[in-house]
Design a protein. Structure first.
Length: 306
């Protein structure tokens, strides 16, 4: 999961405006001047994940956009974010500016049904209050990422709401770009949602063999392989990943049906599948189905209306 946090930092370094658009605090084409602060305003102390001073018009006031990126929801981490926001307000050169705090939540792991909008901390007579705005990647449509047209955001597609066709499109764009770091991040994010069988299919179907071989020889690629093997030996999978994998393969099933047997698409039947292994076997059956009749049987639907 640490790789997701590092990915957001690389994203902001590659394309600052795209990152701000992703967070929701500045339109991609909005006229504004943007200045980025180092994460360590106080030497040796991390004060924020991402910190920007933004002026939306030449004569308008500046404001501070404080953006934090978390791989998964952790209440203790949010308390730290509150403390960082308070620390920012005490920095002399920022003391008079409005401060807005955003949290980008990368995965649905341990996420509450409703995210708290405000945080309050009491210290005797001192009352600290912070209103937070969120960007939930799992609720972001891949179509929106494509509309932005920024290559640095494409590694997020596996974490977004997407179809298998969206994965193909993102992978093809990344393959054409030939950026090994972005490809590595794309595969790393895909592993959060998909099992190794699907990952192998992604590599085989979406990337040229030369690209995969190049990736395997890079420092980032080798680290990705080590991390994957380490995850594979870990007992179980972190809470929420199973659900993500199931959603991912359900989307793949829908895509296969839409491409090969559109008359058989049955959202209710697909949504009823609540076991990943069952979904995986169904996916394999649909790939090998030679007719609509076989596809219906795989989905346990009536044949010829019966």
């Amino acid at each position: 999961m640490a790789n997701l946090d590092h990915g957001s930092k690389r994203m902001s370094e590659r394309d600052r405006r795209a990152f701000l658009a992703l967070a929701g605090c500045l339109g991609l084409d909005e006229a504004a001047t943007v200045r980025q602060f180092e994460r360590e305003i106080v030497p040796g102390q991390k004060i924020a994940d991402h910190l920007y001073r933004i002026r939306r018009s030449p004569t308008g006031p500046e404001q501070v956009e404080h953006i934090e990126s978390v791989a998964r929801w952790k209440p203790r981490e949010v308390n730290k974010i509150l403390e960082r926001a308070l620390s920012i307000s005490l920095v002399p050169r920022l003391r008079s500016l409005d401060i807005h705090t955003w949290i980008i939540v990368m995965t649905e792991n341990d996420a509450p049904a409703v995210f708290p909008k405000t945080f309050t901390r009491m210290r005797g007579a001192l009352r600290c209050y912070l209103r937070i705005r969120y960007k939930l990647i799992r609720k972001t449509w891949a179509k929106w990422i494509f509309q932005l047209g920024r290559i640095a955001l494409l590694p997020l597609v596996p974490l977004c709401r997407h179809t298998w066709r969206d994965l193909e499109k993102a992978a093809e764009l990344l393959r054409q770009e030939g950026d090994e770091d972005l490809i590595s991040q794309f595969l790393s994010n895909a592993r959060v949602r998909y099992a190794e069988e699907e990952i192998a299919r992604i590599e085989k179907m979406l990337f040229e063999r030369e690209t995969v071989e190049i990736l395997a020889g890079t420092k980032a690629g080798k680290k990705l392989v080590r991390d994957t093997r380490k995850d594979a030996t870990r007992k179980g999978i972190e809470k929420g990943v199973d659900k993500g994998r199931l959603i991912g393969i359900q989307d793949a099933i829908r895509q296969v049906l839409e491409d090969r047997f559109p008359a058989v698409v049955n959202a209710a039947a697909i949504d009823r599948i609540d076991d990943y292994e069952q979904a995986r076997k169904l996916f394999a059956s649909l790939l090998s189905a030679k007719s609509e009749r076989e596809a219906r049987r795989a989905l346990s639907l009536p044949v010829n209306g019966r």
